[in-house]
Design a binder for this molecule. Structure first.
Ligand SMILES: NC(=O)c1ccc[n+]([C@@H]2O[C@H](COP(=O)([O-])OP(=O)(O)OC[C@H]3O[C@@H](n4cnc5c(N)ncnc54)[C@H](OP(=O)(O)O)[C@@H]3O)[C@@H](O)[C@H]2O)c1
Length: 256
């Protein structure tokens, strides 16, 4: 990466939902050159993404010439954006925020066989990816950003195979207001998937290594499905699915 770009990176984001928009807002505020795209077109991207200076562009444009490309679309839409990811420079650091939940979609069966989600995404794109920003609820991501040094600062795990890529991703996670924790290789990223002890449980940097180590691979998908049953039941009974405290409490109870 050119030295002059080390401080302010050219960043593309595909996906302008709750996660992509919050990332865009925070990284643009940090002085990065941020462009963001969705599937419906730039005119449909709102203030939540753009109010600190990010630009809305088309999905065909968003990856061109970037240092970093962040993909933040539902897991079953990654195939639709693969061509855009492939238009990024070979040197681009590609970060994947996606999570898999069972959707009776045959193409997703790889995860049931134990392939980590982001390994599957990396193979789909034909480009190395880093897994980051997947293990925090949109509510905590929106509300709990804080400054470095705060002992209660929420941490976000980052899994990657290349040290240089990991360093870039960890620095950007910090720029969004959270402590970044090295979670090891992408093959180990099942430790931060839905159902794992660090998944959307708002752990701190000090707590996270023990919880990453405590994950048990065969139990992770079972616990994910257990939590989804509890959350579904709560919502069917009229519960507020936007209550971030409830989600973190359920996740801690089911995954720890
Ligand atoms: N919500 C959470 O709490 C949370 C937390 C951590 C990670 N995640 C993961 O992060 C990812 C994004 O989550 P989210 O909650 O932000 O999703 P979301 O609110 O549903 O937003 C998804 C975004 O992806 C865009 N998109 C879908 N298909 C596209 C395509 N073919 N080309 C370009 N853009 C496309 C959508 O644009 P259009 O509306 O124009 O189609 C939309 O802007 C998911 O994989 C999710 O599992 C979610």
């Amino acid at each position: 990466m050119p030295a002059e770009r080390e401080n302010h990176l050219k960043i593309g984001i595909i996906g302008a939902g709750s996660i992509g928009s919050t990332i865009a807002r925070r990284l643009a505020r940090h002085g990065h050159d941020v462009a963001i795209a969705n599937s419906h077109g730039p005119e449909t991207i709102g203030d939540a993404a753009l109010r600190t200076g990010a630009r809305a562009v088309t999905a065909a444009e968003v990856a061109q010439g970037v240092d970093v490309l962040i993909v933040s679309v539902p897991m079953n839409r990654n195939a639709d954006i693969a061509e855009h990811v492939r238009s990024a420079p070979e040197s681009a650091v590609v970060i994947d925020t996606s999570n898999y939940y069972p959707m009776r979609d045959g193409s997703m069966v790889a995860f049931e066989q134990g392939v980590p989600e982001s390994v599957w995404v990396s193979e789909l794109f034909g480009h190395p990816v880093i897994k980051a920003w997947n293990a925090i609820t949109s509510q905590s991501f929106d509300a709990k950003a804080s400054t470095p040094g705060d002992p209660a600062r929420v941490a976000i795990p980052v899994a990657a195979d290349r040290d240089a890529d990991r360093a870039v991703a960890m620095r950007l996670v910090e720029d969004t207001g959270f402590d970044a924790v090295d979670a090891g290789a992408l093959a180990e990223s099942w430790r931060q998937q839905p159902g794992a002890p660090v998944y959307c449980t708002d752990r701190t940097r000090a707590e996270m290594p023990d919880w990453l180590a405590a994950a048990e691979q065969d139990r992770v998908p079972r616990r994910r499905d257990l939590a989804m049953t509890v959350i579904g039941d709560y919502m069917n009974a009229g519960g507020d699915a936007t209550d971030g405290r409830f989600l973190v409490a359920i996740n801690r109870a089911c995954y720890s």
